[in-house]
Design a protein around this ligand. Structure first.
Ligand SMILES: Nc1ncnc2c1ncn2[C@@H]1O[C@H](COP(=O)(O)OP(=O)(O)OP(=O)(O)O)[C@@H](O)[C@H]1O
Length: 300
């Protein structure tokens, strides 16, 4: 292979940061994910949407080592083209390789401050163990200063510089979601997986969140995989959308393409409504916006 060809091949490999192929996950007789194909391109925001129970969180759990699907492959590719198979890897290994996530149900240390929550995550990137810290070894003190600096920087980045010393449990829902994002960023990921980051937030917080997601993507160059029910948020931030229904990918494309995709509209609204929406019938009362429901209530 010529140098130019090798470079071109390398470039192609590096263009996709996470590639999922033939992924099948079963729980007993229940097929939760079925032959899922998905590619997250480097530098993009890809939304994964689908009705309740479609398999979105199970996909995230599979990507981050919480679940081990029976079939298929998940590959993370570094910017230099190095490829890491992720299937069956432990969650902390997946994280160290560059995948960080937030959770549908916020998981913070409620009794610790915002700063401490982020520092703990930053420290997972460092090598000094508890003994180094206990004996106050110079490298441990340096690391402590570094994680402190990084935590300040990230809390500032997510707009929480004035909340450093507040206990996580005392923060508003929107602030807790931001804190979770800062904590995920502290592990220096190349991919950020956000599981329903807008759940429980108010309209102003949703707008701020959309800005933050775009900011993370553009300023930090982090590729984002986003599960979200709020279609306005999805449509405003996603470069592309992949749609799951009953564990299967039923569509992939730009937001406007999937919004008008018949299989997608049927999955959300049923065949009859889809006919009315897509074929010019009376959609009745503005419950839909361009096909897919504009936003769904919390806790669905
Ligand atoms: N550990 C498990 N054991 C058994 N079944 C599971 C498990 N995890 C998920 N499932 C099932 O897999 C299916 C997909 O669930 P999942 O939570 O991934 O859907 P989702 O698209 O994230 O839904 P939602 O939008 O409601 O969060 C559901 O039927 C769920 O009950």
């Amino acid at each position: 292979m010529s140098a130019a060809m090798a470079e071109a091949a390398g470039k192609t490999a590096a263009d996709t940061v996470v590639s999922v192929s033939g992924l099948t996950l079963r729980f007993g007789g229940l097929v939760c994910l079925s032959d899922v194909e998905l590619a997250l391109r480097r530098g993009e925001i890809l939304a994964v949407i689908g009705p309740n129970g479609a398999g979105k969180t199970s996909l995230f759990n599979s990507l981050t080592g919480v679940y081990v699907p029976q079939e298929g492959s998940i590959t993370l590719t570094d910017p230099d083209g190095a490829r890491h198979p992720l299937l069956g890897r432990k969650t902390h290994v997946v994280n160290r390789l560059g995948m960080a996530r937030t959770f549908q149900n916020i998981r913070l240390f409620g009794a610790l401050t915002a700063l401490e929550n982020v520092k703990i995550a930053a420290e997972t990137r460092q090598k000094s163990g508890p003994l180094g810290i206990m004996f106050g070894l110079p490298h441990a003190r340096r690391n402590e200063r570094e994680s402190d600096r990084r935590a300040h920087e990230l809390l500032d980045f997510v707009g929480m510089a004035d909340k450093l010393n507040e206990l996580a449990a005392s923060l508003s829902y929107g602030e807790q979601r931001r804190l979770e994002i800062a904590r995920a960023l502290a592990t220096d990921p190349q991919v950020l997986l956000l599981d329903e980051p807008a759940a429980g937030t108010n309209p102003t917080e949703k707008l701020e969140l959309a800005e933050l997601i775009k900011h993370i993507n553009r300023e930090l160059g982090i590729s984002v995989l986003l599960i979200e029910h709020d279609m306005r948020l999805v449509m405003s931030v996603a470069d592309r959308v992949t749609v799951l229904n009953f564990g299967k990918v039923i569509a992939s494309g730009t937001p406007s393409e999937v919004q008008r995709n018949r299989a997608v509209v049927e999955a959300y609204l049923g065949a009859e409504m889809a006919h009315e929406v897509l074929d010019g019938g009376d959609a009745d009362g503005g419950a839909v916006e361009g096909g897919v429901p504009a936003a769904r209530g919390e806790g669905e």
